[in-house]
Write a protein that binds this ligand. Structure first.
Ligand code: OSB
Ligand code: MG
Length: 376
């Protein structure tokens, strides 16, 4: 297969409710839709998931679009691709820029699945030799709230909808003692906390107190690049630490394993450069007793569908951060709605990622220039 057309469409999605983490508050989510095609006019889609600012990861929408157009698309152009795994190999000459790479790489996986007239979940299952499921348990990530009673009502609303695994965002100003009161109110729910790097080793005593509460894990308590401090903390905590911000590659997962920085990995396929790398990380985690699960970063419909295909793999039984569509945007870009049934989402079964762009998005995409043909 040769990629001969490429189109980019940047747009903003408006969240139904602002989402607050230790990194800041998100009202609008900028996303760039990537459309690639080979000569038969079949289109594959990917999403560029970088944020507007380089606060959560180093890339931004603007820097990643520049890297895509100037460095990555020229590497793809005219190349004969025998399998989707070829893309990450071609991209190794470019350092970092994982989200830019993932945007293109996931679109190529979609294209290969469509060519084979297979659903992406099936194709990933075949390429990884891992079984796949038709529906999966999913969790919800609830943003930081200004007080405990707001937190309790957000949790109650999520439980009402059927979520059985709830992640609560905490910051250095969250009243952590409140969780010992919140936890017994929802005895059947699996809880975890995500600090988004807002603590330091000086807070160890405070974090140790949290161990009295039944928690599945604590995500990213410390600095985003610090493996040794997490290892130090994990030695002192029984509750598993899950690394999120630290994990850009299989090498990072190996480092975490060797140092004992974590017992769980929040795998964001956009941050590890795409599906090929994600599958390698899953195998490593399986072989080394690390729990690995599919994270989210407020994806639009295309990114969510790709995440669902990845999370359908049997090696990811822990419910991912892939909530139902109604939790995110006022208007999404795909026709389909992913809705929760008994805490589960159904994996799309149509070819490729198995979802359809809304008509207005298709029209806007058609009007975009073909980067591989129209750039002087
Ligand atoms: O830390 O996992 C995170 C969203 C944006 C950036 C970082 C994170 C998150 C989430 C939301 O927790 C997960 C989702 O997409 O539902
Ligand atoms: Mg996180």
């Amino acid at each position: 297969m040769k990629i001969i057309h490429a189109k980019l469409l940047p747009y903003d999605l408006k969240l139904k409710k602002p989402f607050r983490t230790a990194h800041g508050t998100t009202h609008f989510r900028p996303i760039t839709l990537i459309a690639l095609s080979s000569d038969d006019e079949q289109w594959g889609y990917g999403e560029l998931e970088a944020f507007a600012q380089p606060t959560y990861t180093p890339e931004t929408q603007e820097t990643a679009r520049l890297v895509i157009c100037r460095y990555l698309l020229p590497l793809l152009e005219g190349q004969e691709l025998n399998c989707p795994e070829d893309v990450s190999k071609l991209f190794t000459v470019v350092q970092g820029n994982q989200m830019a790479k993932a945007a293109l790489e996931t679109a190529v996986w979609d294209l290969f699945a469509k060519h084979a007239q297979k659903n992406l979940s099936r194709l990933l299952s075949e390429h990884s030799q891992l079984g796949c499921r038709q529906s999966i348990l999913v969790g919800i990530s609830i943003g930081a709230q200004s007080n405990t009673s707001k937190m309790i009502s957000e949790i109650a609303a999520a439980v009402e909808k059927g979520y059985q695994r709830i992640k609560l965002k905490i910051t250095s100003t969250t009243e952590l003692e409140a969780f010992s009161r919140i936890r017994p109110l929802f005895p059947k729910i699996q809880f975890m906390l995500d600090a988004n790097s807002s603590f330091t080793l000086k807070n160890t005593a405070q974090l140790k107190k949290l161990e009295k509460i039944k928690l599945a894990m604590i995500e990213q308590p410390l600095d985003a690049t610090d493996f040794t401090a997490h290892a130090e903390l994990q030695k002192q905590l029984h509750v598993p630490i899950c690394l999120d911000e630290n994990i850009f590659s299989l090498d990072d997962v190996r480092t975490a394993y060797q140092l004992g920085s974590a017992q769980a990995i929040n795998l964001k396929l956009s941050r590890v450069g795409g599906l090929t790398n994600a599958l390698q990380i899953i195998h490593f985690c399986n072989n080394h007793g690390l729990l690995v699960w599919c994270g989210g970063m407020l994806e639009g419909g295309i990114g969510r569908a790709t995440n669902l295909a990845l999370a359908s793999l049997e090696s990811l039984p822990f419910p991912g951060d892939i909530s139902a569509s109604d939790r995110y945007y006022q208007k999404d870009i795909i026709e389909e709605q992913f809705s929760l049934k008994n805490g589960r989402l159904t994996i799309p079964t149509d070819n490729g990622i198995g979802v359809t762009l809304k008509k207005n998005i298709q029209k806007r995409l058609l009007k975009q220039p073909d980067i591989l043909k129209d750039t002087p």
